[in-house]
Design a binder for this molecule. Structure first.
Ligand code: ADP
Ligand code: MG
Length: 279
């Protein structure tokens, strides 16, 4: 077997996520809402993919299908080669949303430890893992604080540490930095990029920020307004296994990709050869 080692040991790389011809229709009295149509999306192991598109185009819905928080009307959703509901049962991924969703009466350490407690990880191992996770997100000195003693960015880092607690090979994130100021947000992006590179986790990341998507991603998936479809997929080509460096933001390559995504969002033809060749 010459393939790179994967934890599945399969000869062919299993995709972290594979969505095939999926649609989602929300029935309503005023008429059905087709939120997603003909979605095909595959995310490789360790790959960072952002979903971007106008409000209401179905980004959250697509993420919820992957997380098995909702089910597709047609088509299939697989996570590590399993149906989404099995991946959910097997805790194959971690989730972080716009609201950190921390338990206010628990300390930072106890919030991070929660998923480990729920799954019966013993106290000694829990302590070790929580210390490592707090360190990973730069909160070692704040382990005994409570959420209301932390800034928004720090709370979001706790949420990310919690999402990583079970060492998921996949992270699903829905605008996790949406509520943060621009400076904090950029710092968190660099942090997340480092964490994703260090843990080797695949990430599906919903955002409506073009620079955020470009900075973080190996591929940016652009969606159209309702019914949400994938109209463009833009590879950044910044390297799939390295953490992003702040200096990337000022390179011509970065600006070129920001422009490419912006044009895609504004409805440039999907198959324009210039966009495809661009480096
Ligand atoms: P985005 O995250 O891109 O802003 P959403 O995925 O939240 O978009 O929503 C896509 C569309 O589906 C919107 O028109 C929204 O109103 C509709 N929608 C989302 N969730 C539900 C629901 N539970 N019931 C009915 N309609 C929904
Ligand atoms: Mg949303």
């Amino acid at each position: 077997m010459t393939d790179t080692a994967t934890s599945t040991g399969a000869a062919t790389r299993t995709a972290a996520v594979r969505v095939t011809d999926a649609s989602k229709v929300f029935p309503s009295k005023a008429g059905d809402v087709t939120a997603l149509e003909a979605i095909d999306l595959s995310v490789g192991e360790g790959e960072f993919v952002s979903l971007i598109g106008p409000s209401g185009c179905g980004k959250s819905t697509l993420l919820r299908l992957i997380a098995d928080l909702d089910s597709a009307t047609s088509g299939t959703v697989e996570v590590f080669g399993k149906p989404a509901h099995r991946a959910r049962r097997d805790q194959d991924y971690g989730i972080a949303f716009q609201q950190a969703g921390l338990l206010p009466w628990r300390t930072v350490a106890a919030n991070i430890a929660l998923p480990l407690e729920l799954h019966g990880v013993g106290a000694a191992e829990r302590r070790t893992r929580v210390a490592a996770l707090a360190d990973l997100v730069g909160l070692s000195d704040f382990a005994d604080r409570h959420p209301d003693q932390l800034s928004g960015g720090m709370q979001q880092r706790v949420a990310i540490a919690r999402a990583l607690a079970e060492r998921p090979r996949l992270l699903l994130m829905d605008e996790p930095f949406g509520a943060l100021d621009e400076m904090t947000r950029e710092r968190m992006q660099a942090e997340l990029s480092r964490i994703a590179a260090e843990t080797g986790a695949a990430v599906v990341f919903v955002t409506h920020s073009i620079p955020e998507a470009v900075f973080l991603s190996d591929r940016v998936v652009v969606m159209s307004p309702r019914p949400g479809r994938i109209t463009h997929v833009i590879e950044t080509g910044f390297g799939t296994e390295v953490a992003r460096d702040e200096s990337l933001r000022e390179t011509p390559a970065f600006f070129a990709k920001v422009t490419a995504v912006r044009e895609a969002l504004h409805g440039a033809p999907a198959t324009a050869p210039r966009g495809a060749e661009e480096r």
